[in-house]
Write a protein that binds this ligand. Sequence first.
Ligand code: DSN
Length: 478
Amino acid sequence: MSRNAESTAFRSALEVIRAVEPRVADAIGAELADQRESLKLIASENYASPATLLTMGNWFSDKYAEGTVGRRFYAGCQNVDTVEALAAEHAKELFGASHAYVQPHSGIDANLVAFWAILADRVESPALKKAQVRQVNDLTEADWFALRRELGDQRMLGMSLDAGGHLTHGFRPNISGKMFDQRSYGTDPATGLIDYDRVAEAAREFRPLILVAGYSAYPRKVNFRIMREIADSVGATFMVDMAHFAGLVAGKVFTGDFDPVPHAHIVTTTTHKSLRGPRGGMVLCGPELADQVDRGCPMVLGGPLPHVMAAKAVALAEARRPDFADYAQRIVDNAQALAEGLLRRGTTLVTGGTDNHLVLLDVSGYGLTGRQAEQALLDSGIVTNRNAVPQDRNGAWYTSGIRIGTPALTTRGLGTAEMDATAELIHTVLSQTTPGANADGTPSKAKYVLDPAVADSVGKQATDLLAGFPLYPTVDLG
Ligand code: DSN
């Protein structure tokens, strides 16, 4: 795409916005400037293409389209049908799935759709059959009361938060934890790796309705074939949340036992992380759960966002191009180069390295909490997020870890040599930051001391590193 077309498109859009609320136009321009200037290492972020971004700003935003393709609760959805069907088609082809539901607005929404599809299939449908009625409205008050209690009394087994699992996999602060009786499987304290024998043991003891795999801070591959065998051995439905690594599945870096799609009954994902699409979610499944999944809206979702489904179609079409596989491989090469660079400089990494897109640093070796490290890095132009490490002594707020990921910088074009330079910058900041104290002299888990000259110097080096890899080179806002 030519520099002119994309620059003109974004410039014109900003001009139109500026005429109504200039502060919003300014904030949009400032966001691009900030993203261009910082070393973005947040493992769950990326840079969507100009085509994907532009697809979200149009008339589709005005349309209500509850229901599914060809079966809507509103008239006039023919164009929404076109883009929703396209997005689903691309998703099915890309991931080799027989059914794709592209309406979820986010990852949590996708997981809720999946949970309720499983509950409907495993709990509600048998209850309707037993009562010899077609739908819940036909149940007697007594049968409805009994069904509601049964729906609320099911079990889920998922990866523990501090081992890298996700809040939506049954943890109490999230609605999933209020819906399910949840137990966790962790990782081996010695290696940091999933111990499949322990998972099998936990499944045998707990007998969950749902076994969930997937993570947001586990730096290794998961063997989904083994996980499916475990689920089958206890009659559980096997669900995989591949939000973090969907791009690696799409790009065929994770294949065979490490591709969740052929092994799981149902797979959820976001579309904006390593997959590099618009912010949103998606569910993939086989024919057995397809009808239940398609009831996601209006069961748990508000009206679908047709402009975002259109952008999903564009991004998924991009991910089907041959160069996406190369991108996905470079994400992993970069994460491994970053991990090696950090290990060489003495940083402690959970599991000792990575085979996906993320690296989890245990910063207690630097004498810091995750919060102190995160802020010191931010002062130096390096954007990361703090994250718990297994058996974290500092809890989920302060933490002892920093999670870094390479999808965004890889999109920008940085390679393994730049990852080594990035490791040097991270190590410089962390090794020169010391914990601060509270006003009463007690040690603080949040305050820290970093010489501003060091932060400044690292920030300049980060800017220099990025200068060779301009972000959105075809977009000049003038
Ligand atoms: N917030 C996402 C992440 O950073 O991993 C997942 O919900």
